[in-house]
Ligand binder design. Sequence first.
Ligand code: PGA
Length: 245
Amino acid sequence: MKIIEAKDYNKMSALAADYIIEKIKANPNLNLGLATGGTPVGIYSNLINDHQKNGLSYRNITTFNLDEYVGLSGENPNSYRYYMDDQLFNHIDIQKSKTNIPRGDVADIQKECLDYEKLIANQGGIDLQILGIGSNGHIGFNEPGTSFDSNTHVVQLAPSTLEANARFFNSPEEVPTEAVTMGIATIMKSKQILLLISGESKKEALFRLINGEVNESFPASVLKNHPCVTIIADEAALADIKVHS
Ligand code: PGA
């Protein structure tokens, strides 16, 4: 794993956006894996600025998001479909038909999981997957204990995840308790992975990722088995690494 240090959140976002822009320039047909949550917001606004200023086209880009809440339709402002449209897709020239997010509001959710896995494979796999990390080490919504062999599946969200995500909802009771997520095996099939880590609340997770064992109790540790992972982390997230190294 290669680690790039950024001074703060804004710098991390700018570096990550530049990284993605270079990949799109090199391959205008890129299959790009995307993430939601607080961490990528700055990246997406940098991509929009660049698109408006420099005209980089997303016309032939296909995207695959990591996850979606079970029970929320794309019209719900807390759904990840809504987030992606609002934070990125509505502001660039991407074709909406090429933006893929698991559906959380379908009758047959198991079929949705199988279909999503097939969709990624039929498209030739993900070239570059953007990832955040939970303070408990989750990637996507793969909570601690998830099998490294897992494909796209339905998960029960961990109490710490429900707590962390409550900030996006009017009340903690509104946070869905289940989600559909790409599995760990799905994520590991991506050709390249870009992991973004920002802020003091993530410093223990980053420390454990760097210094801990590869173990299903800390899902992100699997990334040590991937041949092409780049981490961009800010100083606040790297605080413990510096102290201990
Ligand atoms: P965050 O979430 O970007 O909102 O901190 C990351 C994650 O839980 O994967």
